[in-house]
Design a protein around this ligand. Structure first.
Ligand SMILES: Cc1cc2nc3c(=O)[nH]c(=O)nc-3n(C[C@H](O)[C@H](O)[C@H](O)COP(=O)(O)OP(=O)(O)OC[C@H]3O[C@@H](n4cnc5c(N)ncnc54)[C@H](O)[C@@H]3O)c2cc1C
Length: 317
């Protein structure tokens, strides 16, 4: 009951109005930590998972009518959520359709797990997405941040994307609209919601696709922690002389002694200086403080300002 009063104070909307607008599946006071790969962060006032484009349009229109802030979550593998949580609606994208449009084009819901998509491509003898093997999260999250590895980026294979704008209008745009750049896309500016995408690949040999996937999985299992991280915390630095045109942030972090640094339960993974891990009892504040410390030390030593790859939600000191 205390929660009901708190919610009505926060938003001036009764629980009853919220349920009539968003339906019985709406959850209140939802813990967000289990939904992130860091396993940190506070609660959301409201939470709903959405599993179709039509439902997304309807939900977004309701947020407009009721003037409720919303934030999207996919796999939660690139998110640092404040310990104070989020005083609005978290929408978990669970649009899961996955089918072949023609022999080499895949139609994919934004909620599909990226690894499920990669297995689907290999089962259909389609090559071009193997580089993304082992990247956590959903297709929507990957497109939003143009996820990539080993010289490839998801934007390279996207042909078009279906979006819902913050007012609830739906449309399909081509790849040029998305302006994919290194860990970036125009969708970060427009705040549009990705509901599905089409990806164009090339017919290949199933056996060699599978062996490339296995090779990358082995490389990753050797170099990456298997839990409680968001992968690389900072972006690499543009450098035309370096491999893939980027100077690894991890190299600079190694040189400032990052691997020996920690704040509370936030530590640096011992095999990769650009990976912050929650060693068990970290808070988001610990992770944030450690990140600030790392940035300061890199700036003091190299004059370079590290840019975060991770998306933050909520207030941090
Ligand atoms: C062990 C590990 C290794 C990793 N390795 C890599 C790597 O090699 N390369 C790499 O690029 N990343 C890597 N990552 C980071 C992460 O996996 C990617 O950034 C991933 O694409 C995030 O997807 P997600 O669904 O988890 O997004 P989330 O973390 O849920 O969200 C990230 C952002 O995307 C937005 N978003 C999510 N879904 C949608 C949608 N449908 N429409 C619009 N916006 C949306 C969210 O609002 C948020 O701003 C790694 C992470 C881990 C844990």
């Amino acid at each position: 009951m205390e929660m009901v009063d708190k919610l009505s104070l926060k938003t001036n909307i009764s629980m009853f109005s919220m349920i009539s607008a968003f339906g019985e599946r709406l959850e209140f006071d939802k813990s967000l930590a289990p939904l992130t790969s860091f396993k940190t962060g506070g609660k959301a006032a409201y939470f709903i998972s959405v599993n179709s484009e039509d439902e997304m349009v309807r939900i977004i229109k309701e947020t407009q009518k009721l003037k409720i802030h919303f934030f999207l979550i996919g796999g939660g593998s690139n998110l640092l959520i404040s310990d104070n949580g989020f005083d609005g609606l978290i929408i978990k994208v669970e649009i899961m359709n996955l089918s072949l449009d023609d022999s080499n084009t895949i139609n994919c819901g934004a909620g599909v797990n990226l690894m499920d998509l990669i297995n689907y491509t290999s089962n259909n003898s389609l090559t071009g997405l193997e580089f993304a093997t082992g990247i956590w999260g959903t297709v929507g999250g990957a497109i939003y941040g143009n996820a990539g590895a080993y010289g490839g980026e998801i934007g390279d294979v996207v042909t078009d994307v279906t979006l819902v704008d913050p007012k609830g209008n739906i449309r399909t745009v081509d790849r040029d609209y998305c302006q994919f750049r290194y860990r970036d896309s125009y969708l970060k500016k427009t705040k549009e919601i990705i509901t599905s995408a089409r990806l164009k690949l090339i017919k290949g040999d199933k056996k060699s696709i599978k062996s490339k996937i296995d090779e990358i999985l082995a490389l990753r299992s050797d170099k990456h922690p298997d839990k409680r991280t968001c992968g690389c915390f900072f972006k690499n630095i543009p450098d035309h002389k370096a491999k893939y045109g980027k100077l690894p942030a991890g190299k600079l972090l190694e040189e400032i002694g990052a691997k020996k640094m920690s704040v509370g339960g936030a530590k640096i993974f011992d095999k990769h200086a650009n990976m912050i891990i929650n060693s068990g009892n970290a808070t988001s504040a610990d992770i944030s403080k450690l990140a600030e410390l790392l940035k300061q030390k890199v700036f003091d030593k190299f004059g370079i300002e590290l840019e975060e790859e991770v998306t933050r939600l909520g207030k941090f000191n």
